[in-house]
Structures are given as structure tokens and as C-alpha cells.
Design a protein. Structure first.
Length: 374
């Protein structure tokens, strides 16, 4: 079957044309219009502006995809969670096309899409598919969850963040360090340069931040304290400079702090410390849960799955210590928001639906910013 998939939950408009034949999901076209450059000036996504850009981008992207409506068997669209002004653009386009072309339409959970990026098989570097029970570590700008997958579409959340998502923490920590949005790739790149240019002792000395909730006995996470620890380190550094330059400790105010530029070496070191602390907790809890639940596969999903350190840490830990567990990490093309992953989740869901359920797919899909996965 051929699927047209649409994603517009945050700051990327994604259109994909995909095939699902004999249980193999491949991607014919995966077009993305990113708005990141526009939101950078504001330090984060501005929802109404994002909605406006989706509206401007979606038709040119659909045209660029050169879709032959007669070849399409199913339309899939992200129904939520996400930003309402953004979701409604993709959902309206999908409802309109489904009605005009008389095609079935499936609303897809955005996180289910990220998870199913691991079932995309158009790359020779993806030799095997995840096996159940699987454990998914979902790490994005809005979610941080450990999810057991007992089968296709059968999820059990065993742990999640009690405050910030890890991607959000990356973005906030980067902002405190004066780095542009989105902070994840900025921190990733600087942490790597710090590792490459440092010896073991320097790395040990730089590893100063706490591992929140590492040994709290469950699979929940907390990242807002880590972000605050970055703020305290930045403020301590700035305070020392201010005291050295004759400021009186009692009268130092926010604007004084902000007048002190952070030198590159300090920023690199903080990026390293932040990434080390965040990834330590993610990897430790994932491996602990993988053992406890005796899973056959571990899956990485969400925008933070693009992180080079998290990818390599999980790969080496699992290859070295858990030979019976297969690790699945999406190709970099499918880590950030895209249409293909939404198509993959839709294909596998369609596959397990009965005729009555398939008939119901001619009804309108509604956008739901708080759509639950379970
Ligand atoms: O999945 P995604 O594209 O959007 C959401 O569904 O939220 O994830 C975006 C998040 C942002 O917080 C961004 O900073 C983070 O993914 N991210 C990264 C990297 N690339 C993107 N975080 C760490 N390292 C990266 N290389
Ligand atoms: Zn996402």
C-alpha cells in the first residue's frame, strides 16, 4: 500500500510518500520544511508564528511531492500531541485531501511516529527489526519516557520525566550558556570537542553536575534540577569575575551577572558536564529496565536520538554487556520530526485493523494537543 503522511506538530512541516509491501516499510519521498531559523531569533518555538509558517509551507511541499492521488491508499497525519496552531494545519490538509480523494485517514500519535522510525527499512544499515518485548527510550523536546512495547501498538509507560523533557533541558541549558536554539545539537557538538581535546583528568574535573534521580528506585526522570545546576555554575563563574573586578558581593544584580561573557572553554566544559550527567541517567535507567523486563530489543526514539553521545554510549554498553538485546536507533534522517515516521506508525496500525475499523477511517480526524498514547 502507498501512504501519504503529514507531520506538523511543532516547527517542521513534513510530507512523506511511503510504501508498505509484504511487511516492509520503505520511504519514497520525505520532504521537510524546517522553521528552526525563524524561531532561533526568539530562543524557542513561537506557537502562532509556527502555525503561520506551516500554513505557508504545506501547499508548496505537497506540490513538490508530485502526488498521484490515484496511487494513494491511505493518508496519515499527526493528530497530537503538539502545538494546537501547528497541528491544525496538518490535520486540516489531511482531512481535506482525504475527503477530496475519498481515501481513508488515520490520526497518528506523534511519539508513536518517533518510535516507528525504527521500523523504516529503506536503508541497508537497518538489517533487523525490533523484537518484542521491546523497551523504547523516548527522548524529545516534549517527552522523556521509558515505554515497554509488548507488541505493535501495545505500550506500557514504566517511567517518565516528572518535570522537563530532556530535549527541553538541553535547549534551556544551551540558552543559559548563550548558545542558539535548538540547544541540543549545539551542546552535542561542543561536548564532543571538549572530549576530543581533553585528557582523562581534565574530563574527571569537568564532570561536576548531579545525576538527578539516578538511584531513586524507579524509572522516572527529572531534568529541571540539572538545568538549575547549570545556572548556578554559570552564576558562580560570573560572580567570581565580578568580585575580581571590584564589585561588592552584596550589590551584584542580574544585569551585572549578564554583563559577564562566558569564555569558550567554560562553555565547552559545561556542555560536556551537562551531556555527561543527562546521558548517564538515561542510559543507566534504560539498561536497568531492559534487564528487569527481560526485553529482546531496546529502541531509541525522538529528536534527542540524534545525539551522538547518547547513540554511541547506548551502542557500546549494549554491544559489550548485553549480547542478547538488539539496539535500534533511527537513521539520522528520521530522528527529528518528519512525515515518514508518521507513515510507518500508520502502516503498522492499518495492518492490524479489522474491516469495520478500517471503514471508520473515513471520519474526520481532530487535532488534540494533549493526545494520550495509551
Ligand atoms: O522530536 P523533536 O524533533 O521534537 C519534539 O517532538 O519535541 O525533538 C526536538 C528536540 C529539541 O529539544 C532539540 O534540542 C533536541 O531534540 N535535539 C537534540 C539533538 N538534536 C535535536 N538533543 C541533543 N542532541 C542532539 N544532537
Ligand atoms: Zn518530535
Amino acid at each position: 500500500m502507498k501512504i501519504l503522511a503529514i507531520e506538523s506538530s511543532a516547527d517542521e512541516t513534513g510530507i512523506a510518500i511511503c510504501d508498505f509491501v509484504d511487511g516492509v516499510f520503505t520511504v519514497e519521498k520525505n520532504l521537510i520544511a524546517s522553521q528552526i531559523d525563524m524561531h532561533r531569533a526568539y530562543g524557542g518555538i513561537v506557537p502562532n508564528l509556527a502555525g503561520k509558517y506551516h500554513t505557508e509551507n504545506i501547499m508548496p511541499l505537497l506540490r513538490k511531492a508530485k502526488i498521484d492521488p490515484s496511487a494513494i491508499d491511505l493518508i496519515a497525519v499527526t493528530a497530537g500531541p503538539g502545538l494546537m496552531p501547528c497541528l491544525v494545519v496538518g490535520v486540516s490538509a489531511a482531512n481535506t485531501l482525504a475527503l477530496a480523494w475519498d481515501k481513508p485517514l488515520l490520526g497518528v500519535h506523534h511519539i508513536e511516529g518517533h518510535i516507528y522510525a525504527n521500523w523504516i527499512q529503506d536503508d541497508a544499515s537497518v538489517p533487523t527489526l525490533p523484537q518484542f518485548p521491546a523497551l523504547a527510550l523516548v527522548v524529545s523536546g516534549g517527552h522523556t519516557q521509558l515505554m515497554l512495547m509488548h507488541g505493535h501498538g501495545d505500550y506500557e509507560i514504566i517511567g517518565q520525566t516528572v518535570d522537563d523533557a530532556v530535549g527541553e533541558a538541553y535547549d534551556k541549558a544551551a540558552r543559559l550558556l548563550g548558545l542558539p536554539y535548538p540547544g541540543g545539537p549545539e551542546i552535542d557538538q561542543r561536548a564532543t570537542s571538549f572530549i576530543v581535546s581533553s585528557d582523562q583528568r581534565k574530563l574527571r574535573d569537568a564532570d561536576t553536575l548531579p545525576r538527578p534521580m539516578l538511584h531513586n528506585g524507579n524509572y522516572d526522570f527529572s531534568f529541571s534540577g540539572l538545568k538549575t545546576a547549570v545556572l548556578y555554575s554559570v552564576r558562580d563563574y560570573q560572580k567570581n569575575i565580578l568580585l575580581e573586578t571590584g564589585h561588592n558581593q552584596k550589590s551584584i544584580c542580574k544585569t551585572d551577572y549578564e554583563s559577564v561573557d562566558l569564555p569558550e572553554e567554560f562553555v565547552l566544559q559545561m556542555c560536556y558536564a551537562f551531556q555527561e550527567a543527562a546521558c548517564d541517567v538515561l542510559v543507566y535507567k534504560t539498561l536497568k529496565a531492559a534487564q528487569e523486563y527481560n526485553v529482546r530489543s531496546v529502541i531509541l526514539a525522538g529528536g534527542v536520538s540524534a545525539n551522538s553521545y547518547l547513540r554511541s554510549r547506548l551502542t557500546s554498553e549494549i554491544t559489550d554487556n548485553y549480547p542478547n538485546i538488539s539496539l535500534h536507533i533511527p537513521n539520522l534522517t528520521y530522528c527529528l520530526d518528519n512525515g515518514a515516521m508518521i507513515g510507518a506508525a500508520a502502516a503498522y496500525r492499518w495492518d492490524r485493523m479489522n474491516d469495520q475499523e478500517k471503514k471508520a477511517c473515513h471520519l474526520t480526524v481532530l487535532a488534540n494537543p494533549n493526545l494520550p498514547i495509551l
